[in-house]
Design a protein around this ligand. Structure first.
Ligand code: 4AD
Ligand code: MG
Length: 461
């Protein structure tokens, strides 16, 4: 394969012929010279190709070029006399590979992110979305590295499933039945006998239940895959399809889990900070000037840890007029989470031991009978980035919890059965990958940190 722009720019010194293939981010034609900035997405910077009359194809090709054209350019790599780049290419031959229509929408001016979402097939060519996609890639690799350095086995959880892992009923149905087909059995109840799987199936909301199967055999596993929620939330932090990272550890309690979450986030942030320096510098300059300092802060500061009851006391004493009033027993809303992490503690915060009435059926019931061994990691600007818990590994308690939440035990038969055979205390969490990327890039809307956002009313591209 040819050298990428990234590799060319990383060379020790100028000299020799290079070939660069990519898209023109900017083009400037002056009287006798044309300046082409070619990007291939391999790094934030483009490579400047300077062409004069001596360049083959100057009149017929170079002088006709405009932003967005795909080109192949050759020339000598020389030290750049201009500011802002170490090297440039003294162009000897430029070929147009793919031209652009007059209506090419990405011009040099700044475009709104709302507009860019309507052209998601072209937006990866913008500085911002290109940088987001590279940060996603590096963060994803850093996550896999962390787990492999710590003896975890990656488990591939299914996407199509019968079980509602969160018990919240926010699932997308998967069916091959024709619309309008309303199958009923002889008693008039819905029947799925004619459907593909012979049972009602859904897109998974979480790989956790399967990860628990893995942990109770391989001790430390993690999943990293797409998850789906049919919740009608049109917010800047919710997607209907998002990627989740879910480690699950056998012989682990809530404290051990909180330690893992903290080590994990610190490691991933450190790697991304080191490997994406140019992209992050761009976000810090153009999107949110706290990006670099807040990443450094996550790496350096020990996370604060409090339990839910203490969090409620702090919120009640805050004197704030929250939209959702706080008292013991209510779920914390984004405004409460942000007050705690951004204003009160000013650092990442782990809140543990939530009331059992607001949490999922699988969480470990604490001795106080009121709370469960749940844990949320909150960070400034985002609020909840991780949700996890110690799991209920006692069969009788789990059966009672399913009944309390009016969930049918038959649907969870294997999950219960797992508690009958070699059950051990275990714990795990889920990190919302897009929320992590939002925090790292400072991007305000979660739709702009995923290449193809899925939100209520829109699944285009
Ligand atoms: O807190 P949640 O719902 O936890 C679970 O799904 C557990 N089964 C995880 C586990 O223990 N293995 O989701 C986990 C994280 C949240 O903290 C949030 O970062 C993210 O997933 N998340 C979303 N991200 C984008 N869009 C949504 N609609 C999200 N819902 C949750
Ligand atoms: Mg949660």
């Amino acid at each position: 394969m040819d050298e990428s722009v990234r590799e060319i720019l990383a060379r020790e010194r100028a000299g020799g012929e290079v070939i660069v293939r990519g898209w023109l981010r900017t083009v400037r034609h002056s009287k006798q010279v044309s300046f082409l900035e070619v990007t291939d997405g391999s790094c934030f910077d483009g490579l400047q190709v300077v062409c004069s009359e001596a360049c083959e194809g100057f009149e017929e090709v170079v002088r006709q070029l405009s932003t967005g054209c795909a080109v192949e350019a050759r020339g000598e790599l020389v030290d750049s006399p201009g500011k802002g780049q170490r090297f440039e290419v003294d162009g000897t031959r430029v070929v147009l590979v793919g031209g652009v229509g007059d209506d090419y929408p990405l011009q040099k001016k700044r475009h709104s992110f709302e507009f860019l979402r309507t052209i998601a097939h072209l937006r990866p060519r913008t500085n911002t979305i290109g940088a987001v996609l590279r940060v996603r890639d590096v963060a994803s690799m850093a996550i896999h590295e962390f787990f492999h350095e710590h003896g975890f086995v990656q488990l591939h959880a299914p996407i199509i499933t019968l079980s509602d892992a969160e018990g919240a009923g926010e699932m997308f149905r998967v069916s091959t039945l024709e619309p309008g087909h309303d199958p009923r059995d002889e008693n008039g109840n819905p029947s799925f006998a004619d459907d593909f799987f012979g049972a009602p199936t859904y897109l998974s909301v979480s790989g956790q239940l399967e990860a628990e199967i893995g942990a109770l055999a391989l001790s430390r596993v993690y999943t990293f895959g797409p998850t789906f929620r049919a919740e009608n939330s049109n917010t800047s932090r919710h997607l209907a399809e998002f990627w989740m990272v879910e480690p699950e550890v056998a012989f682990c309690d809530l404290q051990g889990l909180a330690d893992l979450a903290e080590d994990f986030l610190k490691s991933v942030f450190a790697k991304v900070l080191e490997r994406c320096a140019d992209d992050l510098a761009f976000f810090d300059k153009r999107i949110d000037d706290t990006v670099l300092s807040s990443m450094a802060h996550v790496i350096e500061a020990p996370f604060e840890r409090i339990d839910y009851s203490e969090a409620v006391k702090i919120l009640e004493a805050s004197g704030r007029d929250f939209e959702f009033p706080v008292h013991w027993g209510v779920d914390l809303q984004s405004e409460h989470e942000r007050y705690l992490t951004e204003e009160h503690f000013q650092k990442p915060l782990i809140v543990t031991d939530y009331p059992k009435g607001i949490k999922a059926f699988y969480m470990y019931s604490n001795d106080d009978q009121k709370t469960v061994g749940a844990m949320d990691v909150l960070v400034p600007r985002i609020g909840e980035i991780i949700g996890g818990s110690q799991r209920e590994h006692r069969e009788d308690v789990l059966t009672a919890r399913l009944a309390e939440q009016e969930l049918e035990p038959e649907r969870y038969w294997w999950y219960l059965d797992l508690r009958r055979h070699g059950s051990v205390p275990h714990a795990g969490f889920g990190l919302g990958f897009e929320r992590l990327i939002q925090f790292m890039t400072g991007m305000g809307n979660i739709r702009d940190v995923v290449p193809f956002p899925r939100v209520p009313g829109n699944a285009e591209f």
